[in-house]
Structures are given as C-alpha cells and as structure tokens.
Design a protein around this ligand. Sequence first.
Ligand SMILES: [Zn+2]
Length: 267
Amino acid sequence: MRTPLRTLLNTPDIELWPAWLLRARASGDARTLARATHVLRRKRDGGYLAAVLPEGLMPLQPRLSREPGLDDALDLLDDPPRAHSRAGTLPLHRLAERLDALGLEAGAYADDCGLPLVPEPAQLALAGFDRYRRPLWLRADAARAWTRMHLAAAREGVALDAISGYRSHDYQLGIFERKRARGLALAEILKVNAAPGFSEHHSGDALDIGAPGEPPAEESFEQTAAFAWLQRHAAGFGFAMSYPRGNPHGIVYEPWHWRYRRPAAEA
Ligand SMILES: [Zn+2]
C-alpha cells in the first residue's frame, strides 16, 4: 500500500489536493475520487475541477479548458516538486486587482494597520485535522512543530484543538464577497476580518487554537488550561501569540491565534 499523499500543491487559482482527503459531492464522483491521486480544486469556492487518474485527467466540470489558472496547475502536475523542495511563495500580483474590485485600497489599508501583505506558500503539509475534522494545512516546519506541541500537551493531559490553519487569499476574498452580498459595508467587515492578503493565516505559519468544549476564537480562551499550557511551553516549540493585549496593529486581543517562528532555543 502506498503512503497517502500529505502535501497540498498551491497555484494562484487552483489547489492540487490529495484525493483521499476529499469526499465526493456529485453522484458518480466517489468511484473517480477513490482512483485519483489528486483533485484540482478552484480556490475561489473549493469546487472540484478535475481528478488525476492513472490514465490521465478526468474533468469534473464542464468547460474545464476555460478555467483560469489551469495551465499553471497542469504544469505543476507534469513536474511535481519533491517534498519540501518548494519552500517558496506565490506571486502577489493577482491580489491587487481583486482588492480593487472589493473597493479596498491596499496601500492605504497597509498604512492604517501596519500589517504586511502575506504571500501564500507554494506548498503545504497536512498537520492533522482540525476540530471540525477538516484537513489542517500548515507550512512543513510549522506542521511538524504543531504536531510535536500537540502531542507534548496531550502527554501532560492538556488537549489543544486546532480551529483553523492555512487560509488562501481567495478564501478570505470569499468571506468578504458573501458579507458584501448580505449588505454589510466594507468598513464593518474590516472590523472583524483582516483584508484578503493581510491575514497571517495566508502564510501557513499561523493557526487558531482552542480547548475542547470552548467556543472558538473567544477571549475566554485565556482562562483555559490549554492557554496556560501554551503560555508556559509554546515558545519552546517555536510558537508565539501574534496579537497580545495592546499590540501595535490595533488588532483585538487574540489569545487563540499563534504563529510559528522558530523554537526559542534556536533563536
Ligand atoms: Zn487566527
């Protein structure tokens, strides 16, 4: 039996997912997915575009050939990177026009919040599954560090839940588009969500951590045993809280949001 693929290959418009991580959405897809190595997914809405089968590519959408970014994804399939060899990031140029379409001026926003634009990694590693049983994607070294930290906490009787790890620019754009469609003003959305391109979650180094039974992303997380454990031990695994109280970005206190940098001992 082959080892299941644990790497997500990233391109600006399309992600190449290990097929075993996906559930069929249309009748007839289940048998195709069971035979596929990868599935090409549109980042904008997660739609399944095509399955990669031993005999070749099987379209899962009509008009596949017109899909934006398809050539980039197929190039990657023809010349798959070795594990961990593509530590690089994707270009940011597509983001500017999408922010324009939202009515958001990236330069002014960056000046206001003092946050940098965050490129997406070219590949991500499976770091287990989150609280909602979704695959948790992080950059390879962050994934290893999270796995070790999660285990170390469990050995001391402390359960850490992953709530959310890597999120693409398109995913964040989708949140904005849905809220705009419901009539929310851009300024209102920006009070709660970082602008697409500016979230640390795009880096693959950040994740939101919760404690079982606790609601996600609430300040009350700071009263849990999980948070107390993280405060004592997370730095030793290379994780730091990004937005402590009184952070210079004016971002609300987020005791649940941690970012991998590198272990304190190696700093
Ligand atoms: Zn977060």
